[in-house]
Design a protein around this ligand. Structure first.
Ligand code: KPL
Length: 298
């Protein structure tokens, strides 16, 4: 299978690098990382060790592949969709944070699938990605149910030695993932603590309250996600990534733009559409925006 990974940062490089052990892979990312991959190949270190030689591009315009895997930041979705629309793909699979898939569906004529990835990844240096924890990729259709394209892509992951599962309940899983991101990312970024902090203490109280609000919004959308399930997912991911810095914490610490709109903005917007109050997510979103603009100004 020919796979194009659009957004070869940490997760994209790891997923693309692991797939390159069995498939033809093209990475689209930024220099100097892409330059180093082109010159010396991609080194995977940590929990999985490998050295692979995928194609490495800084511009994905007009490319063709069986599947395009999207791993860009959520706020880059529209720009990524514009580039993907110039190429030819049978399927686009989003592994991004936030509810980005509807925007992809609106912008592309290609079939869009949703996915989640629990592999831990860190871009150590240009040309080197660290696997900080092995996990699983879950793939499914946006409307739920059994999906032959998802099965084909999951099989491609498995034949490259990765764990991949099919989800017939992807609408529910997308909200479960949103609950996890809302419960971990903002509280850990604001308190500047590792993900484990949401398992107990004040950051945990705020994180659990945010995850419960997301579950409530999901139910208002007709999706069967109980508070208990959302909290169990939050606990599972916080335990599996206990020593990690969440992406929002890293972005805030480095003065970069965060995914605040794709996570808290999305929760607040969907809640408003159903007349549901989400004061915790609204407050976390406001505080992250304040910290973001302070980081930019200072
Ligand atoms: O997706 C994540 C992120 O940091 O963006 C979690 C799951 C919270 C892991 O840190």
């Amino acid at each position: 299978m020919h796979v194009l990974v659009f957004g070869a940062g940490s997760l994209g490089s790891l997923v693309g690098g692991l797939l390159a052990r069995a498939h033809e892979v093209t990475l689209v990312g930024r220099d100097p990382h892409m330059r180093r991959v082109r010159e010396d190949g991609l080194a995977i270190e940590g929990a999985i060790e490998a050295h692979v030689r995928p194609r490495a591009l800084t511009d994905g315009t007009g490319e063709r592949a069986d599947v395009a895997i999207l791993t860009t930041k959520a706020y880059d979705t529209d720009a990524a969709a514009r580039v993907l629309s110039t190429g030819e793909y049978d399927t686009v699979l989003s592994l991004q944070n936030g509810l980005t898939e509807e925007r992809l569906v609106a912008a592309l004529s290609t079939r869009v699938l949703a996915g989640t990835a629990t592999y831990g990844a860190r871009l150590r240096d240009p040309g080197t990605v660290e696997c900080t924890g092995t996990g699983e990729v879950t793939i499914g259709s946006l409307s739920g149910g059994i999906d032959p394209d998802a099965e084909r892509i999951a099989e491609a992951f498995r034949s490259a030695g990765m764990r991949a599962a099919l989800a017939e309940d992807m609408p529910r899983r997308r909200f479960e993932k949103l609950a996890v991101n809302a419960g971990i990312n903002g509280p850990t970024a604001l308190a500047d603590v590792d993900n484990a902090a949401v398992l107990a203490g004040p950051a945990g109280d705020v994180g659990c309250a945010a995850a419960r609000e997301v579950a409530r919004v999901a139910r208002a959308e007709g999706i069967d996600l109980s508070n208990a399930d959302a909290l169990r997912a939050l606990e599972r991911v916080a335990e599996a990534t206990a020593r990690n810095h969440s992406s929002m914490r890293r972005d805030l610490a480095n003065g970069r733009r965060t995914e605040v709109e794709a996570i808290y903005g999305a929760v607040v917007d969907r809640a408003a559409a159903h007349d549901v109050d989400v004061p915790v997510c609204r407050t976390i979103g406001d505080l992250i925006r304040a910290a973001e603009s302070d980081g930019r100004d200072g």
